[in-house]
Design a protein around this ligand. Structure first.
Ligand SMILES: [Zn+2]
Length: 561
């Protein structure tokens, strides 16, 4: 079975719960028909408590029973003490969830993952996720804003990565290990992100799960406590320093700052926290963390992973839960919108075995890119870029049977608020190769609320107007310009770097099941390097290091959130 297929599908072995007959009474909150914040806040006091692990199990099973067409509950593994690690997946995308069947079909459908309670003594995010899940699965699923999210992709909710730590009220798991220092670290292990096999069961479970989700996983957000800030990669400092603050922005720094801002914009408390005046911080500029889940998911899976520190005080009093839900509710939805409802989805298809493709989107404020290597003939891959509004040039660059001449299919799209531009780029047809520039890609366009894509550009570059979606009030008017089939000389430096990486990569990979993502990272880094961005970042890091920006340590939060 192809790697991509196995990764894009949650296997039956982890999705056993479709057949679990839960006889215990479901948590009192699960049957609520939540349609508004006011209604949410009006409910009974027992709702505003930290629900136990038993209640968690009953809750997710109850959610699936209540909405089997859009909610699926399953476990991704067990904790050190043998407790189930439950995930509830919610979507209205047709065909993803099959009621009564254990597997989900996730191929090509963008997904987002909230992870709560990684530190056992930080239960706030976990509890707020219950309220979010109720709304997604129950009444509010019909609300236009929620409908847009669920029609755009899949929301995965891992309420507690550390149920043992929750029971023990400890930071670490039952073995006393801090799970957020337990993942392969790119800096400490010189880029080798292969699991050692000595990770804690909770860490291994989420690593395997994320690998299964693969490129469908657009992003993830880890919910912590102990500070009030949105944190984003990289958490590790290039120097490996454990104490000194150093800037180490990722190549996607502009994208991460935009995503963080989406959360901050609708969270008043984050906007007036004197400790973090902007409400956000790049991890290593706060305090360096190595072996954390955030950097691991970003580098290994390619998921745009962020962290929200939800409250200065850990394990806040239950009486304040309504206030916290009121504070964070809009932000938690804003993230779902930013990651799933808005942006650019690019599908592409390999015409021959062994093709490698770099997909890029460049706008005025940022550029993003992903690489996919060694595709099977006929294999279709989809990548979603959760980018801000604006005009973008999107390109797929094929490194096929003639590695000296990668071919380009490109288009221009405009991203509108809370809308998604979807397009398909196909490798140029043989007749178009090598000749003068010919349009050879084709572009499909859809939005989150439509039933499916409509063909608006054809393989020979002509517009086919009858395929244009009917315009509705306030709807998008995308500019499209199919210009595939050309090989640009300006791509030469990138091509050379990419090819060098293609040559080097075989020796540098060992584990076949993890091979593709490693090599994708390599090819991506080469892509960015050739663009000069990495050079700029390196210079910036050197300058900042020279300035010794490590001021007085922040004692409260260091290593503890
Ligand atoms: Zn934490």
């Amino acid at each position: 079975m192809g790697v991509s297929r196995s990764r894009a599908r949650v296997a039956a072995s982890v999705a056993v719960v479709a057949f679990i007959a839960a006889s215990a009474s479901v948590s009192g909150a699960s049957a609520l028909n939540v349609t508004s914040l006011e209604e949410t806040l009006s409910h009974s006091p027992e709702r505003w408590t930290y629900w136990s692990n038993t209640q968690l199990t009953e809750f997710v099973q109850g959610m699936e029973r209540g909405s089997p067409d859009r909610c699926k509950a399953y476990t991704i593994g067990e904790s050190a003490m043998g407790q189930s690690l439950w995930v509830l997946s919610v979507t209205k995308v047709p065909g993803v969830i099959k009621p009564g069947r254990p597997e989900m079909s996730l191929e090509g459908v963008p997904a987002f993952l909230y992870v709560g309670n990684m530190h056992g003594d930080e239960p706030l995010g976990r509890q707020l996720m219950f309220y979010l899940a109720e709304e997604l699965c129950a009444g509010a699923a019909e609300e236009p804003a929620v409908d847009r999210i669920l029609s755009s992709g899949v929301v995965h909710l891992l309420f507690s990565l550390n149920p043992d730590g929750f029971d023990l009220k400890t930071r670490g798991n039952a073995n006393g290990v801090d799970l957020n220092r337990n993942f392969p670290d790119a800096i400490k292990r010189k880029g080798n992100l292969t699991l050692l096999g000595t990770e804690e069961p909770e860490s291994e479970a989420i690593a395997r799960y994320a690998a299964q989700l693969g490129t469908t996983l657009v992003g993830a957000t880890l919910l912590h406590e102990g500070a009030l800030v949105v944190n984003y990669p990289m958490d590790g400092a290039v120097s490996g320093s454990k104490v000194r603050r150093e800037a180490n922005p990722s190549v996607d720094d502009a994208l991460f700052r935009y995503l963080a801002q989406r959360y901050i914009d609708v969270q008043p408390e984050l906007q007036r926290n004197p400790e973090f005046p902007t409400g956000k911080v790049q991890g290593s500029m706060w305090y360096p963390v190595y072996g954390g889940l955030q950097d691991y998911l970003y580098l290994e899976i390619g998921a745009y992973c962020t962290t929200v520190e939800m409250n200065d005080q850990k394990w806040p009093d239950e009486v304040d839960l309504p206030r916290f839900w009121k504070q964070h509710r809009a932000s938690m939805y804003a993230f779902l919108d930013a990651y799933l409802s808005q942006g650019i989805t690019v599908r592409f298809r390999a015409n021959e075995p062994g093709a490698s493709v770099v997909v890029k989107a460049a706008g005025a404020s940022l550029q993003v890119a992903r690489a996919f290597l060694d595709l099977e003939a006929g294999e279709e891959v989809s990548v979603h870029f959760p980018v801000p509004t604006g005009a973008y040039k999107v390109a797929a660059e094929w490194h096929g049977d003639d590695p000296q001449h990668p071919e380009l299919a490109a288009a221009e799209v405009e991203v509108r608020p809370d809308a998604r531009a979807s397009l398909t780029l196909a490798r140029p047809l043989p007749a178009a190769r090598g000749g003068p520039m010919r349009a050879a890609g084709f572009v499909e366009l859809s939005d989150a609320s439509s039933s499916g894509p409509s063909l608006v550009g054809t393989a020979n570059g002509e517009r086919r107007e009858e395929g244009v979606p009917p315009s509705r009030p306030g709807e998008r008017n995308y500019r499209l310009n199919v210009q595939g089939g050309m090989t640009s000389d300006r791509q030469q430096p990138l091509r050379d770097a990419v090819l060098q990486n293609l040559k080097n990569r075989v020796e540098s990979t060992h584990n076949a099941s993890w091979k593709r993502s490693h090599r994708a990272q390599e090819i991506l880094h080469a892509s960015y390097f050739s663009s000069g961005l990495m050079v700029f970042l390196f210079v910036a890091i050197v300058v900042l290091a020279a300035c010794r920006v490590d001021k007085t340590p922040r004692t409260r939060a260091r290593g503890l959130v």
